[in-house]
Design a protein around this ligand. Sequence first.
Ligand code: URA
Length: 212
Amino acid sequence: MEKKELMDKISKKVRNCNKCPLYKKAQNAVPGEGNINSDIVFIGEAPGANEDKTGRPFVGRAGNLLEKLLDDIDLKREDVWIGNIIKHRPPNNREPQPGEIAACEPYLTLQLKAIRPKLVVTLGRFAMYYFYKGGKISRDHGNLIRADKGLYVYPVYHPSAGLRNGKFREALEADFKRIPQILKQIRIEDNSNKVTSSNQEEKLKGQLSLEI
Ligand code: URA
C-alpha cells in the first residue's frame, strides 16, 4: 500500500475508533496532519478543546507557541507532520490513562512506520514515555535518544508548560534551536549507511499494511 493511502486509512480508522471510552465524549478524533514525507515529526499528548472542535492537532494556544518555535528554525507547520499519542480528547484535559495510551498505541506506531521520519520530537513527558519508558523530562529534554525501532527521539517540554512557566519556555526555545543541527547530523549518518537503508526501504514497502 502507498504511504498516502495508508495514512488516509489510518485516519479513517482513528475517526471510527471505539477502543477506549474517550470517543464517547469527544466531538472529533484528531488523527494528525501535515507533510507525510517530512524527515521530522512532532508528537504531543492529546487533543485539547480547540483540537476536539476542529479535528486538527495543536490549533490552540499551545499550537500558536509550537508554530512560533517552528518559525524560529525556519519551519512552517505544513512542512512537518504533527500528531499525538492519544487521538480523542480526555475530558477536561485530564492526563491520559495507561489503558487509553495502550488502546491508541497502534495508530501512532503505524503512522510512524509509514512516514519513517528521521527525527521524532516529543512534546512533553507523556509523548516521551511512549518511546522511552525510563525517561525523565527534566533530565532528558534536549538530549537525542536512540529509541526502539531505530527511531531517533528528541524530547522537549510541552508547549503548554512553556506557556505557564518562563523557565520551561527558555528551555523549549534552546532545545528547538538545536533541531536543525541534530537533523543535519542524522542525515549525514544516514547517508553513510545508504546501502543498508535502501535495502530496509525495500523490505518496509512489503510490510506496509493495516494491522490495527
Ligand atoms: N496539546 C497536545 O498535546 N496536543 C494537541 O494537539 C494540543 C494540545
